[in-house]
Design a binder for this molecule. Structure first.
Ligand code: GLN
Ligand code: ZN
Length: 756
């Protein structure tokens, strides 16, 4: 490798791809719907990328290679896998989207959470001995198009160790040929004039399926070869999402030209001496890049405290660069798009663009950036003192709680008997997970209401009409436990956050969840409490329309927390307890309104699971406790349901059992009921393994559903089995929902008839 230009002093690990006005989302959806052709799609997304580069330069990232070109149409893992050829498909757009979304002939790749974030990546399916044919032109083009627009950007790839660690299965025998492919891609970049390349290796901070020591060995093997290649750009190896442990000495030994470490407050909470360990371990020939600015939370950096961390990691070095701890893809674009935040709260926050400014202030230092530091001091002080943060009543109520595990009384079998009597349900009862399709009419009514064009009364009336339709449909089809359909909720976490004190919500704080899907995570700013009942009115109305039980529908404390930006001034467990207490009040009000079945959704239980194995037990303890607090005072005859999805349950199945719900519905259709094989006697609740994959528009046949039910009955006794879809129906249309639900009820009838 020949000498290269110096690593930039100020940089970021990545920038939101979706566009300040969600341009990428619109382009994707227009292309998929056939409204624009491939050329228009390419030119639109090209313009978006260049706009982002221009914007970042205007924000001050002017040095060569300061801007990470972490671009992707759908997903960064898919992008890298296609570039290095771990997945064949090369450069064909439709092929790429078929991998992501499926088509008539292929099912989509599985999608799962990217580390402990709410971003989902596509899981490459790989096999020993497979071909690996790189398509280097993908990344070369990205570098060149930027160059043509006057930018020297830093090409980005997920690194080889992480790429295999995240694939299914983690087929390490492919590593040598994969490294060859990376070497080819790196050489092509070098030939195109790129002097730096970023290789992201977040797998090094997590306990994935490959044990740490083995991972460190793969790291050594991969980078000894890659760094030994002659014709390549300088390598910037990055380790976002936490602290490296066993990998750190290997990184030191490998000595890439530049190394990024994650020094976010959240990371140092777990690993306080990480800056010192890094400073000591990493030799001077490796340029250090301090990931000081939190890339995944929205709090303004405490610049003085961050400067101390910078000094600790810089000990004795000439120069250390400053970056974000992770890509900024997990935070919204800019606070400038928020007009309705309380003024004080706004000064405590920092989105992607504001974080770029924080990096520059840290590079400049307290003297040159005096004003920024003073502003940071003020924000730290006003936040610590604010009444928006501290609610004495809530803090007192949490302190009065018993410590440790709490237990609903009486125990499950006594409750089960009381519920059987109260509910009188048939064998293999049918239900749904909560939401029904969000029709264009409902979306329009909500938008009009928000815009002030539809008054409260008219909006309420529209919701009532919708609820009535949903109840009538379920009655007509013959579902046993009904739902009101959640028409009033656009996003469930957003819905609760808007009603709870202690949260703020944004207007434009969109963050990519996967592909074209974005969410607007609320922000937990302070102590959480409930001002008034949040769901009772709708549940009560729905129940008034039917003699069958209608489920009250709540989102659980862990999920509300997981899908929000979290406080950084108290442990997560404290916020979880506070949210749980607010929800417990809601449970009581629902019971008083005559609701006999209450579902507390916890689809994100798995998501907050710490990346490090030794931190998991403590997390599961507080997560389970928070869930149990919600149901703690429920009457024995009130049937508490929970629902989980998108997870690999293996690791947390004991915690799911420990939730002590009366009925657990769980995603299972795609995996063909596999998870039921892992249940042991500690899993006592009744269970509804999903028999209809609602993530796809396909209508499952009666036969197929009956087959899944029979498979389930091999592991679950008849008295404990429920019949339900995998998840809520909100993203589906009635054209699929109606026939699918009919098939579901008919399949249940068929299977029950066969039991006699
Ligand atoms: N009750 C919610 C719904 O049906 C559950 C959503 C979820 O699990 N993600 O939409
Ligand atoms: Zn779900």
């Amino acid at each position: 490798m020949s000498s290269s230009s110096p690593f930039p002093k100020a940089t970021i690990e990545g920038y939101p791809r979706i566009g300040a006005n969600r341009e990428l989302k619109r382009a994707l959806e227009s292309y998929w719907a056939g409204r624009i052709d491939a050329d228009t799609f390419r030119s639109t997304t090209h313009a978006l990328r260049i706009d982002n580069y221009n914007h970042l330069r205007d924000l001050g990232l002017t040095e060569d290679y300061a801007i990470a070109a972490d671009v992707a149409y759908y997903d960064q893992v898919l992008e890298t896998a296609l570039t290095v050829g771990l997945i064949p498909g090369g450069t064909d757009l439709d092929e790429e989207f078929a991998l992501a979304r499926g088509n008539d002939t292929r099912v989509p790749l599985e999608m799962t959470k990217w580390f402990d974030t709410n971003y989902h990546y596509l899981v490459p399916e790989i096999a020993a001995g497979q071909d690996i044919a790189p398509a280097a032109e993908r990344i070369v083009r990205i570098f060149e198009e930027a160059k043509e627009a006057g930018h020297t950007v830093r090409p980005f790839l997920v690194g080889p160790v992480t790429l295999i660690a995240l694939s299914k299965p983690a087929e390490w025998s492919l590593l040598p040929s994969l490294i060859d492919a990376y070497a080819t891609v790196l050489a092509a970049l070098k030939d195109a004039g790129a002097e730096w390349v970023q290789l992201a290796e977040p797998a090094l901070v997590a306990d994935l399926s490959t044990p740490d020591a083995e991972l460190a060995q793969h790291l050594r093997e991969a980078y000894t070869t890659l760094l030994g290649a002659e014709n390549r750009p300088a390598v910037y190896l990055t380790t976002p999402y936490g602290a490296t442990r066993e990998a750190l000495p290997v990184l030191a030994e490998l000595a890439p030209e530049a190394l990024h470490v994650d020094l976010a407050p959240w990371t140092l909470d777990q690993d306080a001496d990480y800056p010192q360990r890094v400073a000591k371990a990493i030799p001077a020939e490796t340029h250090l890049v301090a990931g000081l600015v939190d890339g995944r939370n929205v709090w303004a950096a405490n610049l003085r405290e961050r400067t101390e961390v910078l000094e600790a990691v810089a000990a004795g070095r000439d120069a250390v660069s400053v970056s974000t701890s992770t890509s900024l893809q997990h935070v919204p674009h800019t606070l400038k798009a928020e007009k309705n935040l309380p003024v004080d709260v706004a000064t405590w926050l920092s989105f992607a663009d504001e974080k770029v400014a924080e990096i520059q202030a840290l590079v400049a230092g307290p003297e040159a950036a005096e004003e920024a530091f003073a502003q940071s001091d003020r924000a730290v002080r006003t936040r610590a003192e604010s009444e928006k943060i501290h609610n004495a009543g809530v803090e007192k109520r949490v302190q009065a709680l018993p410590e440790g595990a709490v237990q609903r009384q009486p125990e499950f079998s006594a409750r089960q008997a009381a519920q059987r009597e109260a509910l009188g349900l048939p064998t293999l009862p049918t239900t749904t997970i909560g939401s029904f399709p969000q029709t264009p009419e409902i979306r329009k009514a909500r938008a009009d209401h928000k815009a002030g064009e539809l008054d409260d009364a008219a909006y309420q009336e529209a919701l009532r009409t919708e609820i009535k339709n949903v109840i009538e449909l379920q009655e007509e089809i013959g579902v046993d436990v009904l739902v009101h359909g959640e028409a009033e909720r656009n996003d469930m976490v957003q819905y609760f956050a808007e009603l709870l004190d202690g949260f703020v919500v944004t207007e434009n704080g969109w963050v990519q969840s996967y592909g074209s899907r974005c969410t607007r995570p609320p922000i937990v700013v302070g102590d959480v409490s409930r001002a008034a009942a949040m769901t009772v009115e709708w549940a009560k109305y729905a129940q008034s329309l039917s003699d069958k039980p209608v489920k009250g529908m709540l989102t659980g404390p862990v999920t509300i927390l997981a899908w929000s930006f979290k406080r950084d001034d108290v442990p997560l467990a404290v916020s979880a307890d506070q949210i749980a207490l607010a929800l417990a009040d809601e449970v009581r009000d629902l019971e008083n309104a005559g609701i006999k079945v209450i579902q507390i959704d916890e689809p994100a239980l798995r998501e907050l699971l710490p990346l490090r194995a030794d931190e998991r037990a403590a997390y599961l303890d507080w997560a389970v406790r928070a869930f149990r607090l919600v149901a703690l005072e429920a009457q024995p005859a009130t049937q508490i349901h929970t629902h989980l999805c998108y997870s690999e349950f293996g690791q947390i199945i004991d915690a799911v059992a420990a939730l002590d719900a009366d009925v657990t519905s769980i995603e299972a259709a795609r995996s063909k009921m596999e998870l039921l094989e892992d249940l042991d006697e500690s899993f006592h609740s009744e269970i509804g393994p999903g028999v209809w994959d609602i993530h796809s528009p396909r209508v499952p046949s009666q036969e197929e559903i009956a087959g899944l039910l029979r498979a389930a009955l091999e592991n679950v006794p008849t008295e404990r089995l429920w019949v339900n879809p995998d998840c809520g129906l909100k993203t589906r249309g009635y054209a699929e929902v109606e026939p699918s639900l009919r098939n579901l009820v008919a399949a249940r009838d068929e299977v029950v008839a066969g039991l006699k």
